[in-house]
Structure formats: structure tokens, C-alpha cells
Write a protein that binds this ligand. Structure first.
Ligand code: SF4
Ligand code: SF4
Length: 470
């Protein structure tokens, strides 16, 4: 393991490590645009220049491997001047349209200008800037502003190496150079929106999120994507009780720095068609009721004399909800282990997306919740169903049913009593992904409307039925 000195401090690092990675791992920041920990090194932005003893010129830290005894300086006057020079080139033709740019507030170019440059432009108005394409729609999810691009090559490397869809490239040379798609092509793969995360400026923006909310108003809550069995780490970015976007959260064992577009855009389900008050079926239609009325009505449905009751639980419910549901089925319904509501498998790839579109099938199966849905519905006289986001289509075949759900669904439409329960963004819990990795998450927001956590509803329902869940 080689030893090196950075700014007079000695560190021992893994063999083969670069100077930039060694510095970052030891809390010494060297500014960089093109380096990304999960992309191949490109070395094109020149922002990470450092002085290395014995080398006649400054070197780029991202592409220089540490050798034994290396002595690195990251903050000499010459290095500081090099950064300012690189920034001047980078900003020469930049449109500086920060007030109308969606990246403002999380733009690395803005941050580095304030931290490492701060000098006025030497370009006179007569010189003029090179104009390039604005607001180009290059696929169903993305908009490109070519003038804002600083030619860092991150998006090109991402598409080629990670998404495995070589759909974008540089065209032209020097200050005319632009990012563009190949002729006649658009960007249409399930990881397209990752380039809006890694683009250090506002060149790539998301058609879904564009102009919805200034980022400095958003609060970030760590969470887990429930849309497939991968369990990608995410943040729910929210303001005023509304989730505005999902962003990837780095986890090198699960999703690196990425999420898929379907998972990222699934946040709409946290807002759309939510069930926000209890409903009771009267005269063939579901009508609003108080929680007291709904719990009394639900207890009557679930307690028919000598009835055969069955429980059905979404495979995206948490482990804690699974334990509670299991106990409710045993103690309040005298029913066997619940069946799993899983939905149809989707398509799978070798990057992240799993065919199993449930967040916690493994965690619930490990608890013994693995009954067959069709058999449970066929055998039951009455059903207790607990759905979760993502919703899966459940046909209850006209059986008397109480349905706990975060949103309106086919099962809710068939219920005698529908009880609004909190979504994953509103509770704490645990998912176990397909690799067997347990991940805990906390609530980002309070439950919508009158919704309550499913565990609370089951406990209240048991009490209404004269049972106690420990
Ligand atoms: S569009 Fe963004 S990510 Fe792509 S090269 Fe330009 S600055 Fe880099
Ligand atoms: S791969 Fe699965 S867990 Fe990851 S973001 Fe996509 S849907 Fe969510």
C-alpha cells in the first residue's frame, strides 16, 4: 500500500488509487467536473490540476496513479491560478442564464465559480458568445440546452458504459462543440434521467421535473424505492407535503449512483388517486364515513358466524406490516397464513431493473406469508386485503371484503369497507431486497388526509372485534 503526502499530510492508500480519489477519501477536496466515482475516467475538464514534486508540469489528479513517496500540493498559488484559467475557459461561452435554469441551487459550475474563481468576464460585448441549441427535446424524458454544456463527457460515458445505449456524442470542435444525439435517434432507454443527475450544470433537464419547484425549497428524505425487488436507495424530495421528485442515493452494494426511470417517476403514485378518507358501501356505492363508523362496519364484515376468512397482503408491504398482518389473521380472523398480492412480473435487465415488481417479497416470504392469491380468494367467504404502493390489480371475485389501501384501486372498488392507509413515504419500516439485504427507512411526510399507518388500523380493528394483538 503506497504512502503519499498531500499538502504536508501523509496517507496510506490502496494500490492503484488515483491522487483525486486518495484526496477525496481523506477529506481533501480537489474540484472536478468530469470525474464521477461510477464512470470511467476521462480527464477532459482539467479542473483537478495539482502540483506533484518532481514533475515539471501540473498533473490532473483524476488520472494520476499514486506512487510510493509522492508529494502532492493542491492549493499553491500556481494551482489556484490554473483553476481560475480553466474556469475562465469553461465560462467563456456559457449563457449565465442561472435565474431560469432548473439546476440553479445544485449546479457545480455555480458553486465552483463562487469558491474557486469569482473573476469578471474579460469578453467584451462586441466579441459575442457562441450560440448553441436551446431547449432541444431529445426524447420522451429529456430536454437539452447545448449552451450550458461544459463538455465534461459524463453523459456520453454514462450512456455508453452504464445504460449500454450509445445514443449521444460530441459534434463539432473546440468552442463550437456540442452534445447531440446521432442523426435520426432519440434518447429512449430506462435510465435516461440519470444524466440529469450527473450533468454538473443545467444542460440536461428532466421534462417531468422542469420548472416544477426551485430546488432550494425542497427537503430531502432518504428512502427506498418500492417499485421492484432491487430496493434502490433514493431520496424523496418534497415541499409543502408534496413529493416533487425522486433522486438516487449512493449505495455501492445495491444501485451505485443510479435509479431507473420507471422507479424515479413512480413518485406520482404518492400523489395521484390517493384514498384519503374511510368509505363504506351503501346501496352499491362507496360513500364517505367516519373512522368510528368504518371500523364498526369492517369488524362486522370480518366476523361472520362460522365464516371462512382469508388475508391477502401486498408483497410491497414492510416487514413490520407483515408481522402485524400475520398476527391479525391468526388472532382476529382465525385464518391461515396470508396470501401474497404480487402483480404480474415485468421485464428485467442486467443493470438494475428486476422482473419482480415488489419491494419486499423476500422479507414477507421469510415471515411465512407466501399463500397463493387465487386459492385464498376461491376458498374464502370474506377477505381482509392490505395493498401498498406500487398497487397491484386484485380481483376479489365479489367476496365480502375489507380493503386497506393508500389509493383508489380495483380492490377498493369491490370492497364493502375501504380504509385509507399510509404509503411507504409516510411510515417507517424495513424492506428486504432480492439479495437478502435488509434496508430500514423513515417517514418523509405525514399520512395524506385521514389515512393512518396500516399497523395502527389493524390494531384498532382488532380491538373493535374484541381481540388484542400483542
Ligand atoms: S451535457 Fe452535461 S453531462 Fe453532458 S457533457 Fe455537457 S455538461 Fe457534461
Ligand atoms: S431498479 Fe427497481 S428499485 Fe431501482 S429504481 Fe428501478 S424500480 Fe426502483
Amino acid at each position: 500500500m503506497p504512502k503519499l503526502t498531500i499538502n504536508g499530510q501523509e496517507f496510506e492508500v490502496a494500490a492503484g488509487q488515483t491522487v483525486l480519489q486518495a484526496a477525496l477519501d481523506n477529506s481533501i477536496f480537489i474540484p472536478h467536473f468530469c470525474f464521477h466515482p461510477h464512470l470511467p475516467i476521462s480527464g477532459c475538464c482539467r479542473m483537478c490540476l495539482v502540483e506533484i514534486e518532481g514533475m515539471p508540469k501540473q498533473q490532473i489528479a483524476c488520472a494520476t496513479t499514486v506512487t510510493e513517496g509522492m508529494k502532492v500540493q493542491t492549493d499553491t498559488p500556481a494551482v489556484i491560478q490554473s483553476r481560475q484559467t480553466v474556469m475562465e475557459f469553461t465560462l467563456k461561452n456559457h449563457p449565465i442564464d442561472c435565474p431560469i435554469c432548473d439546476k440553479a441551487g445544485e449546479c457545480i459550475l455555480q458553486d465552483f465559480y463562487m469558491r474557486f474563481d469569482g473573476l469578471p468576464s474579460r469578453l467584451s460585448p462586441e466579441d459575442g458568445k457562441v450560440r448553441k441549441g436551446k431547449a432541444l427535446i431529445l426524447g420522451p424524458t429529456l430536454v437539452l440546452d447545448q449552451e450550458r454544456c461544459i463538455l465534461c463527457d459524463r453523459c456520453v460515458r454514462f450512456m455508453r458504459e452504464v445504460a449500454q445505449d450509445e445514443c449521444i456524442t460530441f459534434a463539432q470542435r473546440h468552442d463550437r462543440a456540442v452534445i447531440t444525439t446521432f442523426p435520426g435517434q432519440e434518447i429512449n432507454n430506462p435510465y435516461s434521467l440519470c444524466i440529469t443527475d450527473i450533468c454538473p450544470v443545467g444542460a440536461w433537464t428532466s421534462r417531468d421535473f422542469r420548472f416544477k419547484k426551485r430546488v432550494w425549497f425542497l427537503k430531502r428524505a432518504p428512502s427506498i424505492c418500492p417499485s421492484c425487488a432491487r430496493g434502490c436507495n433514493i431520496t424523496l424530495d418534497h415541499a409543502d407535503g408534496v413529493v416533487y421528485r425522486i433522486m438516487p442515493r449512493r449505495n455501492d452494494a445495491i444501485n451505485l449512483s443510479w435509479v431507473c426511470d420507471p422507479g424515479r417517476l413512480a413518485y406520482h403514485a404518492l400523489e395521484d388517486r390517493r384514498l384519503t378518507q374511510p368509505l363504506i358501501k351503501k346501496g352499491g356505492a362507496l360513500v364517505p364515513a367516519t373512522w368510528e363508523e368504518a371500523l364498526v362496519a369492517a369488524a362486522k364484515v370480518l366476523k361472520p358466524a362460522g365464516g371462512k376468512m382469508r388475508g391477502i397482503l401486498s408483497a410491497s408491504a414492510t416487514c413490520e406490516e407483515g408481522e402485524m398482518f400475520l398476527r391479525f389473521c391468526q388472532k382476529a380472523l382465525s385464518a391461515p397464513a396470508p396470501a401474497l398480492l404480487t402483480g404480474q412480473p415485468g421485464s428485467e435487465d442486467a443493470i438494475l431493473i428486476r422482473a419482480d415488481q415488489n419491494a419486499n417479497r423476500k422479507g414477507l416470504e421469510d415471515l411465512g406469508i407466501r399463500g397463493n392469491l387465487e386459492e385464498a380468494v376461491a376458498q374464502a367467504e370474506g377477505l381482509l386485503v392490505q395493498e401498498a404502493i406500487p398497487l397491484h390489480d386484485a380481483d376479489l371475485k365479489g367476496k365480502a371484503a375489507v380493503v386497506l389501501s393508500p389509493a383508489h384501486s380495483r380492490a377498493v372498488d369491490q370492497a364493502l369497507v375501504a380504509l385509507p392507509c399510509a404509503a411507504y413515504s409516510e411510515i417507517s419500516g424495513t424492506f428486504v431486497n432480492f439479495q437478502g439485504i435488509k434496508q430500514n427507512f423513515q417517514p418523509a411526510l405525514p399520512p395524506k388526509g385521514q389515512a393512518r399507518p396500516a399497523s395502527v388500523i389493524l390494531s384498532q380493528l382488532a380491538r373493535q372485534m374484541g381481540k388484542k394483538l400483542d
